[in-house]
Design a protein around this ligand. Sequence first.
Ligand code: ADP
Length: 316
Amino acid sequence: AATVLTIGEILVEIMATTPGEGFGEPQPLVGPFPSGAPAIFIDQVSRLGTPAAIVSRVGDDDFGRLNLNRLRADGVDVSGIEVAAGETTGSAFVRYRPDGSRAFVFNIAHSATGRLSLTPSAEALIERCDHLHIMGSALSAPGIAHLAREAVRRVKARGGSLSFDPNLRPEILQAPGLPEALDEVLAQCDVFLPSGEEIFLFTESKDEAAAVTELLQRGIGTVVIKRGNQGASRFDQHGRIDAAALTVDEVDPTGAGDCFAGAYVSFWLAGADPETTLRYANAAGAHAVTKLGPMEGAATLSGLNALLAAQNGKDP
Ligand code: ADP
C-alpha cells in the first residue's frame, strides 16, 4: 500500500474544562492531549490502516513522549521524529469562549519543532513515500518551510502525489515568505483541502464556484471544501459532489479538518471512488468532533462504518 508522509509540528494541548474568555484566572484544566495538526492528520491516516510517517521534532520531555507513544501505538512510523535533548515540546492552552470561538495561549515559537531540519531519517522518508501532505502551519515557520518545500519538490519530481490543507490560523498569516510558499505548494498539489472561506485567499474570484473553476484551470486535480457542521464538497473536471454533515454531538471541533483530510487521503490512495472517499472523509470529520482532545477522535474503519450505519438508521 502507498505510504503517506507529512511534515510539521507536534505539541500538546491542554484545555480549560469550562467556557470563558481566556486564561486570566486560575481554572480547572484537562490534558495534556497529543496534538499538532500534522500529527492528528497522520494518526488518522494510520488508524485507517494506511502506512503513515511523520517528520517532526520534539523535546526530550513527557510532552514529547506522550506524542511519540500515541503515534507509535497507532502504527505511525516515528523514525522521522527527532528527540532533541535539552529542548522542549510545544504546548497550546485552549479555552472555548461562550460563543464557541477559541482563546489560545501558545508555547510553540521556541519549541523543538521550530528547528526541524533535513536529517538522514527525514531524507529516507521523503525518498520512500508515495504521497506527501503539507499544511499551512508547516509553511509559516522558516525552518520547517524550507524542509517542507524541499520535500514537495523531491516527492513531485519522482511522481509522488501531494495534498495540501492551508489550515491558516490568523496568527500565522503574517509569517514572512508565507505567500510565496503557499503559491508554490498550491501549484503542485493534486488535492487541495481548504476550509470554508479559506479558498478565497488563493483566488482572484470571491465567488465560490468561480474560485473553484479558477483553481481547476490552474491544474489542481481536485478541490475539496470543508464546511464544518455543513459537511463538505468535492470538485474536479467532472463536476461537484456534496456530502451533508452527519448528525453528531459536537464536543470539541479541534482536529476535525485534520481527520477529514487523513481519511480523504487514505481512501483516495486506496483507489476508492470519489463518492466513497468524500463520504468517509465527512464521517471522519464528524467522528472527530465527538471526542474531547484534538487527536482523540481519530477513527478506525470500523468506527466510521458504525457511525455511517447509525446515521442511515436516523434517516426517515
Ligand atoms: P477545519 O478543522 O479544517 O476548519 P472543519 O471545521 O470544516 O475543518 O471540519 C472538517 C469536516 O469535519 C467538515 O467538512 C465536516 O465533514 C466535518 N465536521 C466538522 N464539524 C462537524 C459537525 N459539527 N458535525 C458534523 N460534521 C462535522
